[in-house]
Ligand binder design. Structure first.
Ligand code: DX5
Ligand code: ZN
Length: 214
C-alpha cells in the first residue's frame, strides 16, 4: 500500500516548498478539484496542477469533485494527471467516461460519497483502475474519519480477490495513525492530507504512515 498526499490544506503559495520537503518519501500526490456545486467548496483548477507538475516522477492522482467531469478531463490530463477519478453521483454513463479517460492513456477511477451504497459500484468494477471510498463528506480537509467506510473497502477487497479485478482500492478523508490501521489491509492507496501537511515535521509523519502500511 502507498500514501497519496492531498495538498488541499497546504498554503498554495508554499506548495513547492512543502513538496520539496517531502520529496525523499513522496511518490503520489492527490489533487482535490472542487467546483462549489458538487461539493460546497471551491479549490483549484488545472492551471495550478500544471504549475506544480514540474517533477514528473511523481504520480498525479486527480480527484474531481465536480459536476460535468467530462468537460474537464483533457485539461487535467494536459496538466499532468496520471489518474483521474470522478464521482459516480456526478455522471449518467460511468463506463463511457472511463473509456474517455482511457483514450488519453491515463488511469480512470470512480469515487463514492459516504451516503452512496458501495454495491452501486458493482457494474463498473471490471472497468475501473481505481475505486476511491470517501471516508468524510467531500469538500473539506481535516474532518473526522467515518467508520462506515471500513465495510466498503472490505467489500471492494473481497470483490477484487473473488473476480481478480485489477483496480486499486483507495480511501480519502480523516486518515491518520489511528485510522489507517483499521483499513490498511484492504487498501492499495491511502489519501492523507492534514495529518501530514499540518504537522510540524511532515516528512516524519509521512514516514510513520508508510511504516504502518508495511
Ligand atoms: C476531501 C478531500 C480529501 C481531503 C483529505 O473532500 O477529497 O482528499 O483533502 O484531507 P484529510 O486527510 O485532512 O481528511
Ligand atoms: Zn480527495
Amino acid at each position: 500500500m502507498e500514501i497519496s498526499l492531498s495538498i488541499l490544506k497546504i498554503d498554495y503559495a508554499k506548495i513547492g516548498e512543502a513538496l520539496d520537503e517531502l520529496k525523499p518519501e513522496l511518490q503520489y500526490v492527490h489533487l482535490d478539484i472542487m467546483d462549489g456545486h458538487f461539493v460546497p467548496n471551491i479549490s483549484f483548477g488545472a492551471d495550478l496542477v500544471k504549475s506544480i507538475h514540474k517533477d514528473s516522477s511523481l504520480f498525479f492522482d486527480t480527484h474531481l469533485m465536480i459536476d460535468h467531469p467530462k468537460q474537464y478531463i483533457k485539461s487535467f490530463v494536459d496538466a499532468g494527471s496520471d489518474a483521474i477519478t470522478f464521482h459516480l453521483e456526478a455522471v449518467d454513463h460511468p463506463v463511457e467516461l472511463i473509456d474517455y479517460i482511457h483514450s488519453f492513456g491515463v488511469k480512470a477511477g470512480i469515487s463514492i460519497k459516504p451516503a452512496t451504497d458501495v454495491t452501486a459500484l458493482k457494474p463498473y468494477l471490471k472497468y475501473a483502475d481505481l475505486i476511491l471510498i470517501m471516508s468524510v463528506e467531500p469538500g473539506f480537509g481535516g474532518q473526522r474519519f467515518m467508520p462506515e467506510a471500513i465495510e466498503k473497502v472490505k467489500y471492494l477487497k473481497e470483490e477484487k480477490d473473488k473476480h481478480q479485478y485489477s483496480y486499486w482500492i483507495s480511501i480519502d478523508g480523516g486518515i491518520q495513525d489511528q485510522t489507517l490501521p483499521l483499513v490498511a489491509s484492504y487498501l492499495d492507496l491511502a489519501v492523507v492530507g492534514s495529518y501530514i501537511t499540518s504537522a510540524k515535521n511532515s516528512l516524519e509523519k509521512l514516514k510513520e504512515l508508510k511504516h504502518i502500511c508495511r
